[in-house]
Ligand binder design. Structure first.
Ligand code: FAD
Length: 178
């Protein structure tokens, strides 16, 4: 009995949400598509996944938060793998989904959720993510009547020269040196 239960736990650990979709009608992605760029509907269901924070009435703090977050998002995209694995793509999709719930300005988070519903995150490559986030930022700029950014320059603009590119960090290599 205990062994059977443990086996089930082990099986569940091996799964991810993709494995659950065809087996559970609650988790249908709503459009019958296996397109990895399509966010499944259960991740977009506001009744279960609504905004967590309240409104942020202080406009100065809201702007500071926005500037820092955009910088973080664009630099993250500029260092995202050129050819991400399926797991890395899922991680990015979940991260953006988390951002749309946990962004500390609740009203902005609601706008992020609306945007993701209309135009789900594209995370299939570095270029795709960079362009997606740049266009998303421009959508927000339009709504706030701010100047638009030329997305052709986005990679160079956010190439922070922060260290090795196209190489995934391996802690063992640092451990060998120390
Ligand atoms: C995900 C998200 C959603 C937001 N939603 C809202 C909202 O609903 N309501 C609200 O009032 N505020 C929102 N904000 C904040 C808002 O977008 C601005 O950050 C804030 O108003 C400050 O604007 P800013 O003029 O200083 O420049 P920011 O828009 O913060 O931009 C900072 C810098 O990024 C560069 N930049 C501009 N456009 C782009 C682009 N398209 N791609 C790459 N770089 C660019 C420019 O150099 C600019 O100076 C949101 C922020 C984020 C991160």
């Amino acid at each position: 009995m205990a062994a059977a239960f443990n086996n089930k736990v082990m099986e569940a650990r091996e799964m991810n949400w993709r494995d659950l979709i065809p087996k559970n009608p609650l988790f249908g992605n709503g459009n019958g598509s296996e397109d990895p760029n399509v966010m499944p509907e259960f991740l977009l269901d506001d009744s279960e996944n609504g905004v967590v924070m309240g409104k942020m009435p202080n406009e100065t703090l809201k702007a500071q938060l926005g500037q820092s977050t955009w910088y973080f998002l664009h630099v993250m995209a500029s260092r995202y793998p050129v050819d991400p694995t399926r797991n890395e793509q899922d991680t990015m999709r979940f991260f953006l989904r988390g951002l749309s719930r946990l962004y500390p300005c609740g009203q902005c988070a609601h706008h992020i959720q609306q945007h993701f519903k209309k135009d789900p995150p594209r995370v299939g490559s570095r270029d795709e993510l960079e362009q997606y986030l740049c266009n998303f930022h421009n959508e927000v700029n339009k709504r706030l009547k701010k100047p638009l950014f030329d997305c052709k320059t986005v990679h160079d603009h956010y190439d922070c020269g922060c260290g090795p590119d196209l190489v995934r960090y391996k802690p063992e290599e640092d451990e060998k040196d120390s």
